[in-house]
Write a protein that binds this ligand. Structure first.
Ligand SMILES: Cc1ncc(C[n+]2csc(CCOP(=O)(O)OP(=O)(O)O)c2C)c(N)n1
Ligand SMILES: [Mg+2]
Length: 1008
């Protein structure tokens, strides 16, 4: 049976051009196979077949304009027509689907065994009827005991709802009392040897502190931190001994983001594990000589050790969230196995004030990232003083995380408190705990037991009585949860088993734990890097480190014998967990770059057809998606701008990643570019969230090491909201050895016309150039883009070079010429410049004209005017990258300076321009500094033009006039340059300035 394949609904477009036929008569096609590519002035999309069968006739040809309903093909098919796809999902099935997802997990009714006497009755002055309160609380306890927590929670929720319906609109607090989330009787116990673990922990503590003190004794300028790790040692040790599984040939490994300032602790552990030696510890913060240990986690400096750069506060939390999300993306796309791997992130409580730290927690809950665990080390202090002197950081964070939908586990009190809390029959102890602010908690730990008895327990007679049988020493020993391995173990255990939501562990600790008077819980703890002999002796005694006084005075490291129980234990634990951590390895296979001719269609002229480089990029993607090797590895990342960039065609073609699929029928379901969300969708549509999008990009761009699978992330954004907005993440990407493409679209100060000051980018290339391993290009024509992109694929993903590409694309439509036949053209495009045209009619006066991005076209027009109207010859150079030319120039210059006796090398700029005639004038759509970069590498007179100053909204023509980079200004400036060089009379320049109405009195655009 013959059937007709018609043009489907293509949205608001009519008469759209067919640019490619992908099938011919006789082809056997399957459902969804693309049959033609159509292109409007904004976007190109493939039309998929809704039928399968043999193509009987093709009713259109390239160049035809088609609209909805036009006949494309006749296809002989019988029964294969996909009816399913045409029938919209019926509401009922959507509801059913939603219901299954929402269906509660079978409630674990098994009640937690509780001792009756642990019920806490909180005393409250506002309680007008304590007896009634008691009744209610006892009823609740009975429910917990009989039917479990879930039932109790349900009843409370019902009560709140009922109160709300009755008109009691009192905000519901997200806080729980200031006690541990896990009650002692529900704690899962570790089967580790606690004594040996404590001894190991003490040695790690000692060695970590020793390496900082030794480094600073030698070179006081080196700096370092002792207090951060001192407060976090137990949090790390429990993870290292029992939870974090390393990558090996059987398992992908948990990913741990270590807090930057705790790096000495990780080195100290690696020393005991035999992975680092004393000499290396002694080179802490001396990284210039190979083998030195980096101050903080920097994969660039220690590529076999550190995996994640975290020291710029706030980046770790965001990167970890998007890493966990990306892990699920890879699983849902079937690219890696679901092995139950986790992402752990260690954060400081001060760090949580960074907007980035909390900015993405909503996404983590929404996407049900139960593979993510945050551990916030709440030592109550940051650098200058308390994090929340007048409040309680743990409670504040609990509220934020619970509100966002996280599983929150508070680890506030250590085991020594258990019996006190259990005996707190009146609730006064918990009342004090709730009332005491962090400033007081900190001050108490800087003092002693008597002070705590007086200031804390002394508040109420009931609590004074509670500790009456304890000595001051006993009171001093009452420990904080984060220093208690049992409590930490129980929390990690519960966090690891949690399903359906991310977990945050809020662990209360003491900054500078064990450092004594100089460094424990005092406001200066953070920066303490020198300990005097008394402090060191105290530290040794505090943790029973087996060193003599003399050894302590010499600040010697301590490592037990290889055969000692400690070393055996530490190694065994890690072997049980699959290997060492942190460790950075890469076993991914390179992706074969597509054939050199894959983009040949971009090397021919577009003729009359005009298009932007952004659109050329989309065309290129469409082609890449047909390459079997490359296609599955592409990770297109867009922050809510797909339509701006003409990329909406990808929604239908490869789908938008959505962990729950699509539970609704999209409004535009009948259209070709319908908003299709899918569990195995490929596009990461990040919403208006550049920092999140960049974090996703980094996760994908480091997939080769963290997941052993090479991926090709391509993040497309408004160029102004790239490096300027997320510069620190881009820096971290460089450190992480990210591989992938960043595309700054709608780029250029005058090319993005209407959007104005905040949008028009005239400096992203300069910012990008600050990152050593970022390779940047500002191409003008589609063939340049094609050559650059393919080389990027080859260098990064086939040859595994640790660079990443930043390419700007524009939204200005123009026709693109054929690629010059010159065999050196491709090399020039990649090195940064090549000659694109030669105007040599008059052979009298010559000028070298360099243009970049769309300003190249202004330069080409200027060259023509100079020749036609002023008989000036010129050579026009397309500069695809001033940054790359500068890199080459710097290297060449350095070589020549270091080798004064050798034949000097010639920079690429000099190779191109050295033997040419006339002065040089360069212009781009970026600040003059962009083109100025190559000035030192030529001996010729060099003049730069650019778009320095704030942008503003206007037409492209007016903007170019304003910034003096339009062809008229280029002509006038060109003549002035020649006059200044005494190659022509100045009157020509003066005349041109007049002719083009150029106001010589107009201030510099930087002042307007
Ligand atoms: C973005 C950024 N700003 C400032 C700093 C400097 N800095 C380093 S550590 C620190 C205090 C950290 O306090 P906290 O997060 O509570 O960690 P702790 O050492 O107490 O565990 C500051 C301000 C930084 N590293 N990054
Ligand atoms: Mg802190």
């Amino acid at each position: 049976m013959s059937q007709k394949l018609l043009v489907p609904d293509i949205g608001e477009f009519e008469k759209v051009e067919v640019i490619e036929l992908l099938v011919k008569v006789g082809d056997q096609i399957k459902l969804n196979d693309p049959v033609v590519t159509i292109e409007s002035d904004k976007s190109s999309v493939e039309i998929p077949s809704t039928l399968s069968g043999v193509v009987e006739s093709v009713n259109i040809k390239v160049g035809d304009k088609v609209s909805k309903g036009d006949l494309l093909l006749n296809i002989s098919s019988s029964k294969d027509k996909n009816t399913e796809k045409l029938i919209p999902k019926d509401t009922e099935s959507i509801i059913k689907q939603a219901e299954t997802v929402l269906k509660k997990n079978v409630t674990d009714k098994k009640s937690v065994e509780r001792k009756k006497d642990t019920i806490i009755q909180v005393t409250n002055e506002n309680d007008i009827d304590p007896l009634e309160t008691k009744d209610w609380l006892e009823s609740l306890s009975a429910v917990v005991e009989k039917d479990g927590n879930e039932r109790a929670h349900f009843l409370i929720k019902e009560l709140i709802n009922k109160a709300y319906l009755e008109g009691a609109n009192i905000p519901y607090t997200q806080n729980t009392p200031y006690i541990n989330t896990i009650p002692p009787e529900a704690e899962v116990k570790s089967n580790g040897d606690q004594n040996i673990e404590r001894r190991i922990r003490s040695l790690i503590r000692w060695n970590a502190a020793a390496m900082v003190v030794r480094a600073n004794k030698k070179f006081p300028e080196l700096g370092g931190h002792i207090g951060t790790f001192a407060s976090a040692a137990t949090l790390y040790d429990v993870g290292m001994n029992h939870f974090w599984r390393a990558k090996n040939n059987k398992f992908g490994g948990d990913l741990v983001y270590f807090q930057g300032h705790s790096a000495p602790g990780m080195y100290a552990r690696a020393f005991l594990e035999g992975r680092l030696n004393e000499k290396q510890l002694d080179s802490f913060r001396q990284e210039v000589k190979p083998g030195g240990l980096s101050s903080y986690p920097h994969p660039w400096l220690m590529p076999k050790f550190w995996q994640f750069p975290t020291v710029s506060m706030g980046l770790g939390p965001m990167l970890a969230i998007y890493q966990a999300r990306y892990m699920k993306y890879l699983i849902n796309r079937g690219l890696i196995k679901d092995e139950g791997r986790k992402v752990w992130a260690f954060l400081g409580d001060g760090e949580m004030d960074e907007p980035e730290s909390l900015g993405a927690i909503g996404l983590a809950a929404r996407e049900k990232l139960d593979n993510l665990i945050f551990v916030v080390n709440c030592n109550l202090q940051r650098l200058d003083g308390p994090v929340r002197g007048n409040g309680k950081i743990i409670q504040e964070l609990e509220g934020s995380f619970r509100g966002a939908g996280w599983n929150v586990i508070k680890v506030i009190w250590g085991s020594y408190w258990d019996s006190l809390i259990a005996n707190d029959k009146t609730g006064h102890l918990v009342k004090i705990m709730n009332e005491t602010v962090d400033g007081e908690y900190q001050a108490m730990k800087a003092r002693n037991g008597a002070y705590v008895r007086d200031k804390f327990f002394g508040k109420y007679p009931e609590t004074s009585e509670l500790v009456s049988s304890l000595s001051d020493k006993d009171i001093w020993r009452l420990n904080r949860g984060g220093h208690d391995p049992h409590k930490v173990y129980a929390a990690y255990d519960q966090a690891s088993k949690n399903k359906g939501s991310p977990t945050v562990i809020l662990a209360k600790t003491i900054k500078g734990y064990g450092m004594g008077k100089t460094g424990e819980s005092v406001n200066t703890t953070h920066q303490t890097k020198k300990l005097d002999v008394d402090d060191l002796l105290y530290y040794r005694d505090r943790f029973d480190v087996p060193l003599t006084d003399k050894q302590v005075k010499n600040i010697e490291y301590f490592k037990p014998e290889e055969k000692s129980p400690e070393i055996k234990y530490i190694k065994e634990r890690r072997m049980d967990l699959g290997g060492f951590l942190p460790e950075r390895t890469t076993y991914s296979k390179p992706i074969k770059a597509p054939a050199k001719n894959i983009f040949d269609f971009m090397k021919v002229s577009t003729g009359e057809k005009e298009m932007s480089t952004t659109m050329a990029l989309v065309r290129m993607f469409t082609n890449l998606l047909r390459d079997k090797n490359v296609s599955p590895r592409l990770v297109p990342i867009i922050p809510d701008e797909a339509r701006t960039f003409g990329m909406e065609g990808f929604f239908q073609k490869i789908g938008i990643y959505a962990h729950e699929g699509q539970k609704y029928e999209p409004e535009d379901s009948e259209q070709l570019s319908s908003y299709r969300e899918d569990k195995s969708g490929q596009v990461l549509e990040e919403g208006i969230n550049e920092a999140g999008a960049m974090s996703s990009w980094i996760a994908a761009a480091t997939s080769y090491t963290n997941h052993d699978i090479e991926m090709i992330p391509i993040y497309i954004f408004y160029s102004m909201f790239g490096f300027q907005r997320i510069g620190d993440l881009a820096w971290a990407a460089g450190d992480s050895q990210a591989r992938g493409f960043l595309i700054g679209a709608t780029a250029g100060r005058t090319t993005l016309a209407g959007e104005g000051l905040q949008h028009q980018d005239g400096h992203s290339h300069l910012v990008a150039s600050t990152i050593p391993n970022c390779v940047t290009y500002d191409p003008t024509f589609h063939y340049e883009l094609a050559v650059i992109f393919r080389e990027g694929l080859r260098r990064m993903h086939e040859k595994n070079e640790n660079v990443f590409y930043y390419i700007t694309t524009m939204n200005e439509n123009y026709s693109h010429p054929e690629m010059p036949k010159d065999k050196n053209c491709e090399e020039g495009i990649l090195k940064g410049m090549y000659k694109i045209s030669d105007f040599s009619r008059y052979k009298k006066t010559k000028i070298q004209l360099l243009g970049s991005g769309t300003i190249l076209r202004e330069m080409m027009s200027a060259a023509k005017i100079l020749q036609d109207d002023y008989q000036i010859d010129s050579e026009v150079w397309s500069v695809t990258s001033f940054n790359e030319l500068r890199k080459n120039g710097m290297e060449t210059e350095r070589y020549n300076l270091l080798n004064p006796d050798k034949e000097p090398k010639v920079s690429f700029v000099e190779k191109c321009l050295g033997k040419t005639e006339g002065p040089i004038m360069a212009a781009s759509d970026y600040m003059r500094m962009n083109s100025d970069q190559i000035r030192p590498y030529t001996n010729k007179s060099f003049y730069s033009l650019g778009t320095d100053g704030f942008g503003r909204s206007d037409t492209r023509k007016n903007l170019r006039k304003f910034f003096e980079v339009d062809k008229e200004h280029l002509v006038a400036y060109g003549l002035s340059v020649l006059a200044k060089e005494q190659l022509i009379a100045s009157k020509y320049a003066k005349e041109a300035i007049k002719k083009y109405n150029i106001d010589g009195n107009k201030p510099m655009p930087t002042k307007l």
